[in-house]
Design a protein around this ligand. Structure first.
Ligand code: WT7
Length: 642
């Protein structure tokens, strides 16, 4: 990414900007007296029983609000139905085919209680695991809330993951029930979710039931012992299920994400700290008020959707838009049309989406009245200044602030972002600006020494924050090793970062073997372990190259086993294999066939070299390379294609 110093000096103004305090003061207080600061913030939660201790920090484990009891579904619903928020819209839902649903807080409350009662009848109880494999339909947030109500730990599996990827997650978490839908709509097609759920259930003995939400009309075979329609297990009358009094640090959900290993890891989040962190950070980064119409375009299958489509907006009693389909279906103006239709005031999306819109031209958004917008956001990968400025001009009309929010599945909520909810401040296109209150950031060199401003190094977080993950599910060793071993006592996110002369932070991409394809995390190891599982493949190395729209695109170098020759057919077959074992996001941009992969003398694949070949960069030092021929060969394979 190129950096720019073209500071946007124009401070967005207007009645929307009602600073609730000074950023510097708030931040300083959060650093000097974190426990006092968070104790004060936690008064915004409804406690069934007050906490006794703000923080128990036994590195690398932080436990917040120890002794407190609460329930997140109560925070999101019960609290509001006792007030005038009861009849306020929680979600404007719109399906890909244009069908709509308006769900008030009261409606969400009723549905959540009824779904919780149905799950209870199926035998789901506190501590049980439930997998949710659903498209962007209202049943998904309702089931998440229903699980939270019962104290059942849920894991949402993104609906574009394959049956095999679902099975891996279901098995790791030990889900008793899979909840899915008959199918989902995507760009006019129907995708067979139920069939994928069956594939997972057959592979995982832990699964007792599949609950099916009727969504698409197509036929699906129901196994009478295992499969039930949601409609058939609802009682048909309104029921009330008392929310479980959960401990502040009881697990709420597991969400799988890619790391440097071949297997996705289960990020475990807790209850009170997470609930507080996401609500506060949403308030600080976007300054919503009771009239806001918030639209976070992320799929609920990712952390962005968990925190900022479902829980934080509901905690704050906001109205949200939820849209099922693709941004370019039936045409590239669908999102602008929805902003105009619902009077969206806060719009939060990804750089990939913005770059896609850029490519289609500003005439598309220009057709719509976007004057309801008061705040914009970006998330998922570094936003290049060009895309930032396009967004600022063509969507925000140079009136409003952009919150470029840097964070991760592991952090629960925003870590670095402009904070117009505290105080508007100048922005720089491409910089996520300043840390949130409570976030103690430093930039270190490889030896752990803090770098002076202007130099790029590893970002670390030096203090625990309430939204911090509890653990990696059933893998404490990996938790310690991934986040806490390189710089002991500090949390290591795995990104490069630079703090500039004004103390603005520039997040510069991953420092590890994680690739970001359209903002989605996938590791080279995961891609390699999938593809070597194909019988024709001997060895493989994955890397990425920059992509104008997707940020990064997947490139694979493959050596085939004896008996299979490179051909367009085997290329297509391997692509199909990747999609079937992982999902559509694993689709490679290119597969290169070579006879040898470049390896070090100790046998490690030198991905750096392959990446250099794939991007056309100079190869650099090859002194540790075992066989110079293989790199020439990779280059030849690449050249042939050009
Ligand atoms: C990784 C985390 C955060 C929710 C969605 C992705 C990259 C995320 C930004 C940003 C630069 C960003 C980082 C991070 N990333 N947001 N605003 N600027 N990079 O969550 O899948 O856990 O991925 O996404 O590399 O480590 P995730």
């Amino acid at each position: 990414m190129t950096q720019t110093d073209s500071r946007v000096t124009h401070l967005p103004t207007g009645s929307y900007y009602t600073p609730s305090g000074e950023y510097d003061d708030l931040y300083r207080r959060s650093m000097e007296d974190p426990e006092g600061f968070w104790a004060e913030q936690a008064e915004s939660l409804d406690w069934f029983k007050p906490w006794e201790k703000v923080l128990d920090w036994q590195a690398p484990y932080a436990r917040w609000f120890v002794g407190g009891k609460l329930n997140l579904s109560y925070q999101c619903l019960d609290r509001h139905v006792q007030t005038e928020v009861k009849n306020k819209v929680a979600f404007y839902w719109e399906g890909e085919l244009g069908e709509t649903q308006v769900l008030t807080y009261n409606e969400m409350y009723r549905l959540t209680n009824n779904y919780a009662a149905a799950l209870k009848r199926l035998g789901v109880k506190r501590g049980d695991k439930v997998a949710l494999y659903l498209p962007m339909i209202p049943a998904l947030p309702v089931f998440m809330l229903a699980c939270a109500r019962l104290g059942a730990i849920f894991t949402v599996v993104f609906s574009a993951f394959s049956g095999q990827a679902l099975a891996d997650r279901v098995e790791d978490v030990g889900a008793k029930v899979i909840i899915t839908s008959s199918g989902m709509h995507r760009r006019g097609k129907i995708l067979p979710l139920k069939e994928n759920a069956v594939e997972a259930a057959v592979k995982c003995p832990c699964v007792e039931k599949i609950v099916v939400v009727k969504h698409t009309g197509h036929h699906t075979e129901m196994d009478p012992d295992r499969d039930v329609w949601l409609d058939d297990i609802l009682a048909g009358v309104d029921e009330y299920v008392a929310p479980e009094a959960m401990d502040a640090n009881d697990p709420l959900f597991v969400l799988y994400t890619s790391g440097s290993t071949g297997k996705p890891k289960g990020i475990l989040h807790g209850t009170a700290g997470y609930a507080l962190w996401i609500a506060k950070t949403l308030q600080w980064a976007f300054n919503p008020d009771q009239k806001s119409v918030f639209w976070c375009t992320a799929d609920i299958g990712w952390i962005t959707g968990h925190s900022y489509v479902v829980f934080a907006p509901l905690e704050l009693g906001l109205t949200s838009v939820m849209y099922e389909g693709a941004p370019d279906f039936p045409a590239i103006d669908r999102w602008w049309q929805l902003i105009a239709k619902y009077g969206v005031t806060i719009f939060y999306t990804s750089p990939t989406a913005i770059r896609m819109f850029m490519r289609h031209g500003e005439e598309w958004p220009a057709k719509y009245d976007l004057s309801s917008l008061k705040s914009l956001g970006s998330v998922g990968e570094p936003i290049n200044p060009e895309a930032w400025l396009w967004y600022y001009r063509n969507i925000g009309h140079e009136r409003i602030s952009i919150s470029d929010t840097w964070w991760q599945t592991e952090t629960g909520g925003f870590m670095i972002s402009p904070t117009p909810g505290i105080q508007p401040h100048p922005l720089k296109p491409g910089s996520a600006t300043k840390p949130m209150p409570g976030v103690d950031v430093a930039v270190l060199d490889p030896d752990g020494k803090e770098l002076p401003n202007g130099q790029t190094g590893f970002i670390v977080i030096r203090k625990p924050w309430p939204g911090m993950l509890l653990d990696i599910y059933q893998n404490q060793e990996l938790y310690q090793q991934t986040y806490w071993s390189r710089f002991p006592g500090y949390y290591l996110p795995g990104d490069f970062c630079m703090k500039d002369q004004d103390n603005f932070l520039w997040l510069l991409g991953r420092a590890d073997e994680v690739i970001k394809v359209a903002g989605h995390r996938i590791s080279t190891a995961e891609l390699e372990s999938s593809i070597v599982g194909h019988s024709a493949v001997a060895e493989a190395a994955a890397c990425s190259r920059p992509d104008e729209v997707k940020g990064e695109a997947i490139i694979l170098f493959v050596t085939l086993r004896k008996g299979t020759d490179p051909s367009p057919e085997i290329k297509a077959e391997l692509t199909r294999h990747l999609r079937a074992t992982i999902g559509a996001l694993a689709t490679p941009e290119e597969i290169f066939f070579v006879n040898l992969l470049p390896k070090t003398r100790s046998g490690k694949i030198m991905r750096r070299l392959l990446k250099a070949v794939a991007t056309g960069a100079t190869v650099g030092d090859t002194s540790t390379l075992d066989d110079g021929a293989s790199i020439d060969e990779a280059r030849a394979a690449f050249e042939e294609l050009k």
